[in-house]
Ligand binder design. Sequence first.
Ligand SMILES: [Zn+2]
Length: 299
Amino acid sequence: MRRYLGATVAAAILLAAAVDGVQAREPEEGVKVGNPSYLRKLVPAETLENAALQQYTALKNQAKGKNALAPESHPQNIRLRKIARELLPHAHKWNPRAKDWKWEVVLIQSENINAFCMPGGKIAFFTGIIEKLKLTDDEVAMVMGHEIAHALREHARERAAKTTLTNVGGRIIGTLIFGGGVGEAIGAAGGNLLTLQFSRSDELESDLIGMELAARAGYDPASGVTLWTKMSAASKGAPPQWLSTHPAGDTRIKIIQDNLKDVTGLYEKAKAAKASGTPMPTAFPGAEQRLPVIKEPKK
Ligand SMILES: [Zn+2]
């Protein structure tokens, strides 16, 4: 009987521990954003990703032609790819497709203050944004996280879908998806995926998700504040290209500050893991086994 009781107590403790464990995991850490827009499903993800690949390739070729595509060995290129490699294991939480994306990072030698991540994980930074704003690693991670978040949440796809609806009005949805509508939509919304402007709510969402990606990778999420302060200061002269698609302002900084508490714990944990050289906690189990492919510098 005693043994039975003992076993029962042990089982109860185990159960309590298990429940405890569940409870400890349950209130999921991180920023609070809603579901991605269902509207985006009107346009196939592949359509946008293919368009992005074409435009990204064209951009790289154009840059190469002007001798502006930074070599793989460029210190800033190496720096960008290191940061990307740290952020990307945390990306899949936001979009399961992302694990199959062929992530790419390029550095364009241009004075423009600009950076973007196109659908399908095609990232580009201009030297202007890094050098003119003297971005710290934390700030680079915030810019990159923000841009990656646009791609993960498929904001371009959402824009294309909305434009499809607005432009084509009453046409049957089937023809939008399989007929010419998609082309029209991309022509209108994503025609130039490089200069696409997103809605305020998309911007806010990307700020928050970007902040979480940076925090999970051990980059200080509070650096969003210094980033936007630098960006605003830079806009006093000729407004940076990035600002034309990413309006700065005090609201933005305030929202970042108000939401920092949601990612501070993640940042502290990741920072400690980084300092001790232990593997970084990933966004969900198994993510570390599915590390994204980033084109390695040529030896
Ligand atoms: Zn943005």
